[in-house]
Design a protein around this ligand. Structure first.
Ligand code: GAP
Length: 445
C-alpha cells in the first residue's frame, strides 16, 4: 500500500463513515479546517477522556482548568508570542504558492515535474518575511488597535495566569500540576496532511510547577509517563520515537525539549512535546503584570519562582495518529476486510447489535438488547443486509464487538459475541451481556 494511498483511504473512509468532514463542504470547504462527524466526535472525546483520566483523575498532584480562549492582550506580549511567534514566509511570483522558508525541502513546487520550490528555472521565490501566526480580532464594536485581542495559539498561557488562583483554591503544594484541554488557533502558512496541521485545533496540555533544581528530574519523569501513555493508547511502539531539540531548535522559552514522534505515511512527525520551560513564563508574567507570582515554601521558609515542565499534545493529531495506526486491510475469504483496530476504550461504538434475520422475533429481541445496552455503552443497531456485510461495516468503524441474535437466542437466551480482531465468536447469556461488555472494556483500561 503506497503511503499517500493510505492517507487518501483514511480521508475517504472518514467522510463515508462519519469520522471527519471538510468544514462547510457545500461552500467548497475552508482551507485545512475540519469538522468531526458522529464517529469522529466520539473517537476524539474518548482520546481526551483517557488523557484527562490519566493526567487529572488518576493523580493527586494535578488539578483541571478550563480557561477562556480570549485573554488580555498583554498575556501575548509577556509570553513572547507578539514579538516572536512567527514563521518565515516565501512567495513564488510565478506559481503564487506560499511556503515556509525553513521547510522548503519538505515542500513540493506545484509545477511539474515534481521538484522542491526554487528548483525549477521558472521559480521566483521572494526573500523570506516573518509572518505572525496568531489570529487577531477586535473586542467590542470598534476596530482599533486598543481593542485587539488574539485567539490563543496555545492553552498553556491560560494556566500560567491562573497558577496562583488554582494553587490557593486547591491547597496544593509544589510540586503540582494544572491540566487543560481546549481549542487553540494558528494561522499556519502550510497546514495540511488532513487533520495533522490545521488552523483550529485542540491541545491537551499540562504544566507541572516544580522547585528550581528538581526540574530535570521531573522532565525525565514526565517523558517516561507521556511515552507510556501513547503506548497504552494502543499505538505500535515501533512507530514511536523521541526527537531531542538541539540548541538552535529550542523554542525561546525552553531549556530542554523532546518531541514524541510517530511515523506517519508522510514521515516521522511530532505528536507531543515535553518541555522544560524553567522560570521563563512565570518570570515574564510577573514582570508584565507587576504581580508577585512567587511560591512560599513553608517547611523550608523559602520563596521562589517555580520552574515549569510542560507536556503538550494535540487532541486532533493524536486522533489522526490512532486512526493511521489502527487502519489495516486483510484478505478474508477472498475479500478485502478494512479494519480500524482501535483500542476498545477509544472505539466510538463499543458493540454492534444484529438480528440474524428480520423475522421469527429476532429484530424485537435484538432491539430490546440494543436499548438495554445503550443506557451504559455507545452501541449500534443494524438489521440491513447480509450479516457478513454488517460485520464488515462495524470492522470499518472500529467496533470491537458484534452481538448477533439468532435461532439459539430464541431457544436458549444466548447471543453470539464476535471479536473484531480475531473474528472468534463465543456465546454469552443475554442477561450477562452488560457485565461481559463492562469487563471487556474495563480490562481494556
Ligand atoms: N504550549 C506548547 C506548545 O504549544 P507546540 O509544540 O507548538 O507546543 C504542542 O504544540 C502540540 O500541539 C503539538 O505536538 C501538536 O500535537 C499540537 N499542534 C500544534 N500545532 C498544531 C496544528 N497547527 N494543528 C494540529 N495540532 C497542532
Amino acid at each position: 500500500m503506497a503511503d499517500q494511498t493510505l492517507m487518501d483511504k483514511l480521508v475517504s473512509l472518514s467522510k463515508r463513515r462519519g469520522f471527519i468532514f471538510q468544514s462547510a463542504e457545500i461552500y467548497g470547504g475552508l482551507g485545512s479546517v475540519w469538522d468531526y462527524g458522529p464517529l469522529g466526535v466520539e473517537l476524539k472525546k474518548n482520546v481526551k477522556d483517557r488523557w484527562w483520566r490519566a493526567m487529572v483523575h488518576a493523580r493527586d498532584d494535578i488539578e483541571g482548568l478550563d480557561a477562556a480562549i480570549l485573554m488580555h492582550p498583554r498575556v501575548w506580549e509577556a509570553s513572547g508570542h507578539v514579538a516572536g511567534f512567527t514563521d518565515p514566509l516565501v512567495d513564488c511570483k510565478t506559481c503564487k504558492a506560499r511556503f515556509r522558508a525553513d521547510k522548503i525541502m519538505d515542500a513540493a513546487c506545484p509545477q511539474k515535474p515534481s521538484k522542491h520550490p526554487g528548483e525549477h528555472t521558472t521559480c521566483q521565490l521572494t526573500e523570506p518575511r516573518m509572518f505572525n501566526l496568531m489570529f487577531k480580532t477586535f473586542m467590542g464594536p470598534v476596530e482599533e488597535s486598543a481593542s485587539v485581542v488574539y485567539l490563543r495559539p496555545e492553552t498553556a498561557q491560560g494556566i500560567y495566569v491562573n497558577y496562583l488562583n488554582v494553587l490557593q483554591a486547591s491547597r496544593q503544594r509544589i510540586p503540582f500540576g494544572i491540566a487543560q484541554i481546549g481549542k487553540a488557533f494558528r494561522n499556519e502558512i502550510t497546514p495540511g496532511n488532513f487533520i495533522f496541521r490545521t488552523r483550529e485545533f485542540e491541545q491537551m496540555e499540562m504544566q507541572f510547577f516544580v522547585k528550581p533544581g528538581s526540574d530535570m528530574d521531573w522532565f525525565e519523569f514526565w517523558r517516561t509517563v507521556r511515552m507510556d501513555w501513547h503506548v497504552a493508547l494502543g499505538l505500535k511502539p515501533e512507530k514511536l520515537r523521541w526527537h531531542e531539540h538541539a540548541g538552535n531548535e529550542l523554542a525561546h522559552y525552553a531549556r530542554a525539549a523532546y518531541d514524541i514522534e510517530y511515523e506517519f505515511p508522510f514521515g516521522w512527525n511530532e505528536i507531543e512535546g515535553i518541555h522544560n520551560r524553567g522560570d521563563f513564563d512565570l518570570g515574564r508574567h510577573q514582570e508584565y503584570s507587576g504581580k508577585k507570582l512567587e511560591y512560599f515554601d513553608q517547611p523550608t521558609n523559602e520563596r521562589f519562582l517555580p520552574f515549569i515542565v510542560e507536556t503538550s499534545a494535540g487532541a486532533d493529531r493524536v486522533t489522526l495518529t490512532v486512526m493511521v495506526d489502527a487502519y489495516r486491510e486483510e484478505m478474508v475469504e477472498g475479500e478485502t476486510r478494512v479494519v480500524l483496530g482501535f483500542h476498545p476504550s477509544i472505539a466510538p461504538i463499543k458493540a454492534g447489535i444484529f438480528p440474524l434475520v428480520k423475522k421469527d422475533g429476532m429484530p424485537e429481541r435484538a432491539d430490546a438488547i440494543f436499548h438495554a445496552l445503550k443506557r451504559r455503552f455507545p452501541v449500534f443497531y443494524d438489521d440491513a443486509g447480509a450479516i457478513g456485510r454488517r460485520y464488515r461495516r462495524m470492522d470499518e468503524a472500529g467496533t470491537p464487538f458484534g452481538i448477533t441474535v439468532d435461532g439459539d437466542t430464541m431457544a436458549s437466551g444466548t447471543v453470539t459475541v464476535r471479536h473484531r480482531d480475531s473474528m472468534v465468536q463465543e456465546r454469552i447469556a443475554t442477561d450477562q451481556l452488560a457485565i461481559y461488555l463492562g469487563e471487556q472494556l474495563g480490562n481494556a483500561g
